[in-house]
Each structure stands twice: as structure tokens, then as C-alpha cells.
Design a protein around this ligand. Structure first.
Ligand SMILES: [Zn+2]
Length: 400
């Protein structure tokens, strides 16, 4: 007998409504809904509503969320945001970081997220304090949500005293991914050399903040493509922002997109931050400041989106509901058709799972039963109506 059965559910990539059966936390049964219903200890009547694998929040900064009430003034550029946040960090205690990060985690769970990839900062101010704090939260919330931790050198590696050792120490503590930010260091190549070497040494994937500007000459992506091939890191690299590509002449941008697809590099658009920070010096033809999503999609790049920041100098917006970001992304990329809505849901689920390297993910036999029931009967309305998540299961356990 099954432990759990979702009966008569609509799901992404299935033509007909389905029954999804779970045993010991794993999906063991998927059939079209028909007259027969298998025996199960608990039956959830979806009644035609949408059931999806849990959403993935693919890029977020937990310890620097909710900073607005600590700021004396607002930031007006990326450089100012970096400087102001660095100054605010002086006052971060572990308790304060844990409180703000927990608020983001809990809001994520309520919005249907079952995996978060968090970029956690190490630098000469925080040392390992943020890393220790988020590691403790990873353990605390492990039955409710999977937390992947990226060790992130926001303040640079070589312009700080101890970041090389701190990154290595974080990987020994259990960080899952090597982060990087080549544009915020004294030398981009030196920075890339270091993070690629570290990822190789510890057998970890890389997740890099890159080319976050309107300047079409900021193209560290070309160097990253080259290194991805040299190191045989295909499928192990994710880059975020890459907004400068949106200012590159179209034929060249399309050619670069083709190379990104060929190197199997995942791209994360961060619409809330990218729209807020970029394009602000344009007096006419104001750019949207987001990576050229449609060009990337046309070349079959695995492009997804995520929240990045919630209510801080980089992004003084954000509700913590991933569906709000999906809605913003849809509007700014002009992805408005019914098919586009499904593509966007695919980005929140299957496509982001691929970028995050999640195993046994999806509505498929043999996968973890990380499942959400949304209060809508239409996939398109799962985006348009921002439906409530009625129930969430993590590895077959009911979270709510
Ligand atoms: Zn970020």
C-alpha cells in the first residue's frame, strides 16, 4: 500500500491529469487518472488542481536580506550598494543574520520552495560568521528545505587579506559550491584562476556573479567559456546577472549565446536587482538591464531566474514569494503566452534543478516526493494568479 497519493492532479509535461503515489519518501507510482485508484494510507484529492515538484530558489543572499531599516540613506548604484552593505556588515551578529535569514527561508517554504541555493559571504569583516550561521540553518531546516551553500567572496579575493583561506575553510566545513565575482577584484584572470582551481580541488561546481553592467565590453563570459572547456567543467558552471550581454550588438550576442549553450553553462537572470541597478544612466532608450533572455533561449541556453536580494541596498524590493519574481520576469522578458507561462514554471522547477545539479528531482518514478499543490487548475494561472500553495511535502513528509 502507498503511503500517500495525490489523486487527479494536473502537472507540467503531462497531457492528462495524473495520480502520483509515494512510498517511503519516493515517488513510486504515476498513472493517468482513471476509474481505478490504488490503495494509499493518505489520499490528497487534487480535484484537477496543479501539483508540481517543489520550486527552486536558485540564487539568493540570506544574511543580507532585510537591511532597509539599518540604512541611514538609500543606495544609487551597484558600487554604492556594495560599499553600504560592506559597512553594514560591521554590525552583523550571528543572531541578527540568523533572524533575517530564517525569515527568508520561512517565506520561501510558504511560497512552495523546496531547495534554496544561498550565496554566503566570507571576507575580512565577517570571517566565517555568516558561513557558520547559514550552515546551522541548513541543519535546522533540513527536513523542510534543502539548502545549498555557495561560498561567496563578495568583497573580492585578492583585495582582502584572508579570503583565500576562508574559502578553503568553508569548503572543508561543507559548503556545496564555489562562488566568485571576477568584476570585484584586482584582476579578473587571477580571480578566475583561483576559483576554478578551488572547484577542481574540492570537486565542486562553480556559481559566479559576472558582467553586471550595461557595458558591452564587460564580457568575462568569454574567458569563462574558454576555461569551462579547458577544465572540462561543462554542466558544472552557473553564471548570474550577465546583464552586459543585453547591450552587445545582436549578432554577436547570439554568437556568444551559442557558445554558452555549447559549454553547457547555466545562466541565472535576477530581474528584481538587474532592473533596479542597470540602465539608470540612460537618458533615452532606457535599457531593461537584464540579460537577453530571449536570445539565450533561442540558442537553447539553460536560462533561469531567481530572487537574489530581498529589501537591501542592492534591491529595496521583494516579498519573499518566488512567484512574484516569476511574474516580474515574465513581464520584463515579454514572455506572455500560455506556452511561455509553462516555460517559466519549467524554469522554476526542472530547468533550475538541472542548474543546481539536483538528483532524483521531478514528478517521475524514483524521484524524491518534494511536491506542492497549488490552488489553481491551470498551469498558466499558476503564474498569473499567484495561487496559494495549499500543501507542501518534502521527501514524502507533510510540511504544511
Ligand atoms: Zn547575487
Amino acid at each position: 500500500m502507498l503511503d500517500l497519493l495525490f489523486h487527479n492532479a494536473k502537472s507540467l509535461h503531462f497531457q492528462n491529469n495524473i495520480d502520483i503515489g509515494v512510498e517511503e519518501g519516493i515517488i513510486r507510482y504515476i498513472r493517468d487518472t482513471g476509474s481505478e485508484m490504488p490503495a494509499a494510507k493518505r489520499i490528497i484529492e487534487a480535484n484537477g488542481r496543479v501539483v508540481l515538484p517543489g520550486f527552486n530558489e536558485s540564487h539568493i543572499h540570506l544574511e543580507k536580506a532585510y537591511l532597509l531599516n539599518k540604512m541611514e540613506k538609500d543606495a544609487h548604484s551597484l558600487q554604492e550598494a556594495i560599499q553600504m552593505t560592506a559597512a553594514l556588515k560591521m554590525s552583523f551578529t550571528k543572531e541578527d543574520m540568523a533572524r533575517r535569514a530564517s525569515k527568508v527561508i520561512e517565506k520561501s517554504i510558504q511560497s512552495g520552495v523546496t531547495t534554496i541555493r544561498a550565496h554566503v559571504e566570507v571576507d575580512d569583516i565577517l570571517n566565517l560568521r555568516a558561513m557558520e550561521t547559514i550552515m546551522a540553518l541548513k541543519e535546522k531546516y533540513k527536513d523542510q528545505i534543502t539548502l545549498q551553500i555557495v561560498v561567496f567572496p563578495q568583497e573580492g579575493i585578492f583585495i582582502q587579506k584572508h579570503v583565500q583561506e576562508l574559502m578553503e575553510e568553508s569548503l572543508k566545513m561543507g559548503a556545496d559550491v564555489v562562488g566568485g565575482i571576477p568584476y570585484n577584484d584586482r584582476d579578473q584572470d587571477e580571480h578566475l584562476d583561483f576559483v576554478f582551481r578551488l572547484a577542481e580541488k574540492y570537486g565542486k561546481p562553480l556559481d559566479l556573479h559576472i558582467d553586471d553592467s550595461d557595458n558591452p565590453e564587460d564580457l568575462s563570459i568569454l574567458e569563462i567559456i574558454k576555461r569551462t572547456k579547458e577544465h572540462h567543467f561543462e554542466n558544472k558552471i552557473t553564471v548570474a546577472h550577465m546583464t552586459s550581454l543585453g547591450s552587445v550588438e545582436h549578432n554577436m550576442a547570439r554568437d556568444i549565446a551559442e557558445q554558452i549553450a555549447d559549454a553547457r553553462i547555466n545562466v541565472v537572470a535576477l530581474p528584481a536587482t538587474d532592473l533596479y541597478i542597470n540602465g539608470r544612466h540612460d537618458k533615452e532608450k532606457v535599457r531593461r538591464g537584464i540579460t537577453p533572455v530571449n536570445t539565450l533561449l533561442s540558442q537553447r541556453v539553460n536560462v533561469i531566474f531567481a530572487t537574489n536580494n530581498i529589501q537591501n541596498p542592492f534591491t529595496p524590493f521583494g516579498t519573499g514569494n518566488i512567484l512574484d519574481v516569476a511574474y516580474l520576469f515574465a513581464e520584463v522578458t515579454q514572455m506572455g503566452t500560455a506556452q511561455d507561462a509553462e516555460t517559466i514554471l519549467d524554469m522554476l522547477t526542472y530547468r533550475s534543478a538541472k542548474a543546481l545539479g539536483l538528483n532524483q528531482y521531478g514528478v517521475k518514478e524514483g524521484c524524491h516526493a518534494d511536491l506542492i499543490l497549488l490552488d489553481t487548475k491551470s498551469l498558466r494561472n499558476a503564474l498569473l494568479d499567484q495561487p496559494k500553495v495549499l500543501t507542501l511535502y518534502k521527501k514524502g513528509n507533510k510540511i504544511y
